[in-house]
Design a protein around this ligand. Structure first.
Ligand code: ADP
Ligand code: MG
Ligand code: MG
Ligand code: MG
Length: 418
């Protein structure tokens, strides 16, 4: 039947479709003809409609069979909507209250109807405006610690873990985008790459010849390919986080799969570092963003340290997985050794986080998809200064990751980069 087939739902069609869903219609309230519908998608891949009625609103996200940013020449499977739905519902169980509620999913239409987040804004926009978010560290570290720990071998049995990997294994087309756009293309000549010319021409060329960097990014790519540590969000930049002063919601997990934890933590840290290094480009008078910049760096530090504290707390209390069998760590000596091993684990995860963070910065400056942190700095020369500082910091973080032993070393390097 028509309802079982994929088609793009434009306004009239969408109204009829939602009217036939009792729970959604009740949430909207009033006659369907009175609902307002507007397409707000500002992302790179999909359509998002905001629908409002007398009683409330919903957000409707529909995947297109191609990449929205590029067009029909770049096909992309509709199944990403299924993985987004799966991830949203999984994350809602692991980290309650930190993702939008899913109200309806239609796999054939590649459509998810979810809670309307209002008056939330995309965090990246708030950061460009110089807004601070006092709840952010606590919320994002709860999200990271719980979604990552509770889907890992530390928390679930090997059988459960492998079922989870299998459930997301088909999302490989989205993984491939990351493998190309983050881990390969910024380091080679590719038509779709761009950077702020002519100022960054020399550094872009240097990065294409830099074998230390090519080894470092290839090690990270290998880790992304072959480390199914946990169910990761896979696209956790500040454009995938919606905020108010008092709430944080993580959206857009269509890139979710079982991958390395440091990729998500690194995404958060990278995007904060870019907000920090772009900040001087948005300055209108001397010192007007100083408090904001101090907050951003505190937030980088808090994002790591609070994550570690929460992750270790879960490990000490919820370690129901098959990794580190308790019978091997009996007695006081065993407990002490296991605690020491937890610290070793976190140190390794920190190294991954630093490397992935660097990869996320470089792709936003030399690759296809840029971000408004830099793009909204109108004067290209001023923008290029911020971007070049970010590239130099990122290169050091990637090639000399081991020299960054603490998150304080990262924020110090960010400060020194300016
Ligand atoms: P894409 O996968 O195309 O990047 P997103 O899921 O990031 O799509 O959504 C694109 C935009 O739609 C977001 O930047 C945000 O402005 C808006 N949006 C998405 N989900 C919601 C929601 N639940 N409530 C309000 N706005 C939303
Ligand atoms: Mg998005
Ligand atoms: Mg995106
Ligand atoms: Mg997306």
């Amino acid at each position: 039947s028509r309802h079982g087939e994929y088609r793009v739902l434009h306004e009239a069609d969408l109204r009829d479709y939602l009217a036939a869903l009792p729970e959604v219609a009740a949430r909207l309230g009033g006659a369907p003809a009175s609902w307002s519908i507007s397409e707000v998608g500002d992302g790179n891949l999909n359509l998002v409609f905001i629908v409002k009625g007398a009683a409330g609103g919903v957000a409707v996200k529909q995947a297109l069979p191609y990449v929205r940013l590029v067009g029909e020449s770049w096909p992309l499977p509709l199944s990403r909507s299924h993985y987004e739905y799966l991830a949203l519902t999984h994350q809602a169980r692991l980290a309650p209250g930190l993702v939008p509620d899913v109200l309806h999913h239609n796999e054939a239409l590649a459509l998810v109807v979810m809670e309307l987040l209002e008056p939330h804004i995309i965090m990246r926009k708030g950061l460009v405006a110089g807004t601070t978010y006092p709840r952010f560290v606590d919320d994002i570290t709860t999200f990271l610690a719980r979604t990552l720990f509770l889907s890992s071998d530390l928390a679930v049995t090997a059988a459960e873990k492998k079922e989870g990997i299998a459930a997301f294994a088909g999302n490989h087309a989205l993984c491939k985008i990351t493998e190309d756009l983050i881990f390969t293309d910024p380091y080679r000549i590719v038509e779709q790459n761009r950077w702020t010319q002519p100022w960054l021409d020399a550094i872009a060329a240097a990065f294409r010849e830099d074998l230390d960097l090519h080894v470092a990014i290839s090690r990270l790519k290998l880790k992304f390919l072959n480390a199914p540590e946990a169910l990761i969000h896979g696209d956790l930049h500040t454009g995938s986080i919606m905020v108010t002063e008092s709430q944080t919601k993580v959206i857009d997990p269509e890139f979710a799969f079982y991958g390395p934890m440091g990729f998500d933590i690194g995404a958060v840290i990278a995007n904060l570092l870019m907000a920090y290094l772009a900040s001087s480009g948005h300055k209108r008078s001397p010192g007007d963003r100083r408090a904001f910049e101090a907050w951003v760096l505190e937030t980088v530090e808090g994002a790591w340290t609070d994550f570690v504290r929460k992750f270790l707390e879960l490990w000490r209390t919820e370690a129901k997985g098959d990794a580190y069998p308790v019978t091997l760590f009996g007695g006081e000596a065993g407990a002490a050794r296991l605690e020491a091993e937890r610290q070793v684990y976190m140190a390794r995860l920190f190294q991954d986080t630093v490397g992935f963070s660097a990869a996320k910065i470089i792709r936003r400056i030399l690759g296809l998809a840029h971000n408004i942190d830099f793009e909204l700095i109108e004067d290209p020369k001023r923008r290029a200064i911020c971007e070049a500082r970010s590239l130099r910091l990122a290169r050091a973080m990637m090639v000399d990751a081991a020299s960054f032993r603490t998150i304080g070393a990262v924020t110090k390097a960010a400060r020194d980069a300016r």
